[in-house]
Design a protein around this ligand. Structure first.
Ligand code: ATP
Length: 313
């Protein structure tokens, strides 16, 4: 993992490198003295705050995808609802998809505002045991963050991790931006400083381009030492509501997610069909479990929730 701090000067050689404190990029850096003497930068004062916030969260799960638009946010919101179908469990979603935060819309709370008190930001309540905190609530103009540089995005993520007052939570699902960018690395570094992560769920469609990117997510998890809970394949099939004929939407030449999981020794936890009723519910901010309680897809989300729970120790 990189040991270049988020707020480092351009040209920082890394706090643990032989050139630390001595490179031309170190000039003017407040850490130059301590890096040059081998002590590294002073400890990050925010880490204890993040640790404190996360100390009351039992399980933290990252939702990752290599590509945008494959259904990462869809999975996050519906898995959260499935986990929250057990009223004895407290579930929360953290939406850090800085450039496309879609949870407020999907959860039907787009117009809500988060409240800031002496205890921090209070997440928005979806139902008594399900809350949401999204970067969208804090952005003035939703297009602003698209042009932010890495340091600003990382600062926002850090602020999020240290300032949200989650209370007691059993399952926290973290909806991330697509890819394996700097934001992911910072997010994972901050989270790991706050304690272990239970793991990541990787979402993919069966297209080769998407599966190729899954391999990048796998190597990201290996490098950052985040365990992989499994893979969810989304939008593989469409079942015609009239004649029940099943169409494979993306015929694959290499065996799709199933083969990729076998090859990479990963568990394929679910294969979710394309379901227009789901897209409609999410667009309208409705609860798919209420609009389509008897659907196969609602049952698939509930099964997935059971599998995920079984993987958490
Ligand atoms: N199984 C599905 N059936 C029908 N529509 C779906 C399904 N999965 C996702 N969608 C739709 O596809 C679109 C993209 O999904 P989503 O926003 O979850 O993807 P994403 O990977 O989170 O994208 P981004 O990377 O942009 O955040 C949404 O409109 C969603 O409603």
């Amino acid at each position: 993992m990189s040991d270049v701090p988020d707020d480092a000067n351009a040209g920082c050689p890394g706090t643990g490198s032989a050139g630390a404190g001595k490179a031309s990029g170190c000039a003017g850096c407040p850490n130059q003295g301590s890096c040059a003497t081998g002590q590294g930068p002073p400890p990050d004062a925010d880490v204890p705050k993040i640790q404190d916030r996360f100390s009351r969260i039992k399980h933290k799960i990252l939702i990752l995808s290599g590509k945008g638009g494959v259904g990462k946010s869809t999975l996050t919101s519906n898995l959260a609802r499935a986990l929250a179908s057990d009223p004895s469990k407290q579930v929360a979603i953290l939406d850090v998809d800085i450039c496309g935060p879609s949870q407020p819309r999907m959860m039907g709370v787009e117009d809500e505002e988060v409240h800031n008190s002496a205890d921090g930001w209070t997440p928005v309540g979806i139902q008594p045991n399900l809350t949401l905190m999204s970067i969208a609530f804090l952005l003035g103009d939703k297009n602003d963050a698209v042009i932010w540089r890495g340091a600003r995005k990382n600062g926002m993520i850090k602020q999020f991790l240290k300032d949200v007052d989650w209370g007691e939570v059993d399952y926290l699902l973290i909806d991330t931006p697509p890819g394996t960018s700097d934001e992911h690395i910072s997010l994972v570094q901050f989270l790991l400083q706050a304690g272990p992560l239970d793991g990541a769920l990787i979402v993919s469609t069966p297209q080769e381009v998407s599966l190729l990117d899954v391999r990048k997510e796998v190597s990201f998890c290996v490098k950052t030492k985040v365990p992989i809970l499994g893979v969810v394949e989304n939008m593989a099939r469409f079942v015609c509501p009239n004649c029940a004929h099943t169409t494979l939407l993306f015929p694959t030449s290499t065996g799709g997610a199933e083969q990729m999981c076998k090859d990479s020794n990963l568990e394929l936890l679910a294969q979710l069909p394309l379901e227009p009723a789901l897209a409609k519910a999410l667009d309208n901010g409705e609860d798919f479990f209420e609009t389509n309680p008897d659907s196969t897809l609602a049952k698939s989300f509930l099964d997935l929730a059971e599998k995920v729970k079984a993987k958490l120790v």
